[in-house]
Design a protein around this ligand. Structure first.
Ligand code: UDP
Length: 327
């Protein structure tokens, strides 16, 4: 069986990717520093505890496992924090990724799947966001991801390192079997915070801004189920292995939901009220981020199967109630 090096395999999306890779016949080798991930989430292949700022540790992982490809999820990913501590984002995300990309090139590993983000597009009014849209990130998180995309393009030109870049919209939901799920500490994301508020683990969900130029005044996002998202990664890996070359794909459904619509849907799914308070805008938030591309469907044959808002919240709620890691 072929090994795939999965950085961030102990995190939310990376752990789901490991499950999908295993199901597709690969061995996912998790490389994770456990700063934001959980060792308990590493269930589908070997684990290497290591940091991307430690080049020797990355080289050792390539030498031990000889992966045929890299899936690079490890990153700091909080928009709000990135505005307060930009240096942390540039150091961890950009320098760490540069180390990994250099190590992959040095090891002769030619296929690289990278988690990028719609935050690289920034706030563009009335623009259909497809893969050719201009990238003007308005927060350090998005800027750090855009920089890594640039590094990948340079390494392709110089060393033939082929990459698939996935620009995610908002990832939500959990493994329907609740083997893995979303768990951040501290939590900053809308749906898990809301589920905490619904079952009394926190007092209320604060809506960040009610004066945006949207129909109900709250931000609009395009939510995609984590299982659909990682299925696209397996297709992206096969795309590279088939020699189809470097490509960028948006991963979103094309449907936008406001914060208030997500709250209403959560009340429907859980049959409980959502305690809310209204607060100011969060620095770095775009008004609306919705994918305007079907390239992943057309070219990769991606078919998002679980990405209705109801299903994402149902699966997140199941994980919230039954799944857990020992911490
Ligand atoms: N949001 C909110 N309250 C929260 C957390 C998030 O109103 O406690 C909003 C946030 O402003 C954004 C949307 O929910 O419009 C999704 O935010 P999240 O942090 O989940 O993902 P992001 O879009 O930042 O990647």
């Amino acid at each position: 069986m072929k090994n795939v090096l999965v950085t961030g395999g102990a995190g939310y999306i990376g752990s789901h990717a490991c499950k999908a890779l295993r199901a597709a016949g690969f061995v996912p080798v998790t490389f994770d520093n456990l700063v934001t991930g959980w060792q308990d989430a590493v269930k589908f292949g070997p684990f290497v505890k290591g940091d991307l700022l430690d080049r020797a540790a990355i080289d050792a992982a390539f030498a031990e496992y000889a992966p045929v490809a890299v899936m690079h999820f490890a990153a700091l990913s909080q928009v709000g924090e990135s505005m307060q501590r930009p240096g942390r984002y540039w150091q961890n995300n950009v320098i760490g990724s540069l180390n990994l990309i250099e190590a992959a090139a040095a090891a002769g590993c030619r296929d690289f799947v990278f988690s990028s983000t719609c935050a690289t597009y920034g706030d563009q009014d009335n623009v259909v966001l497809d893969e050719n849209s201009e990238q003007h990130p308005i927060n350090a998180y998005g800027a750090s991801k855009r920089a890594i995309e640039d590094i990948l393009r340079d390494f392709e030109a110089a060393y033939g390192l082929n990459h698939v870049i996935f620009r995610y919209f908002n990832v939500a939901g959990a493994d329907p079997e609740a083997e893995v799920g979303e768990f951040h500490q501290p939590e900053t994301h809308l749906i898990p915070l809301m589920l905490d508020a619904i079952d009394g683990k926190r007092e209320a969900l604060t809506i960040f801004g009610t004066d945006y130029d949207t129909p109900d005044g709250t931000c609009i996002r395009d939510y995609v189920h984590v299982c659909d998202l990682v299925d696209a990664h397996v297709l992206g890996l096969k795309w590279l292995q088939d020699g189809k070359g470097s490509r960028v794909f948006n991963l979103g459904t094309g449907s936008g939901f406001s914060v208030r619509e997500v709250i209403d849907q959560s009340a429907d799914v859980t049959k409980r009220p959502v305690p809310i308070t209204e607060g100011p805008r969060r620095a770095g938030d775009c008004t609306k981020l919705v994918s305007g591309s079907t390239r992943a469907e057309r070219e990769l044959g991606w078919r998002p199967a679980r990405s209705t808002l109801g299903e994402m919240i149902t699966d997140a709620w199941r994980w919230h109630q039954t799944g857990h890691y020992n911490i």
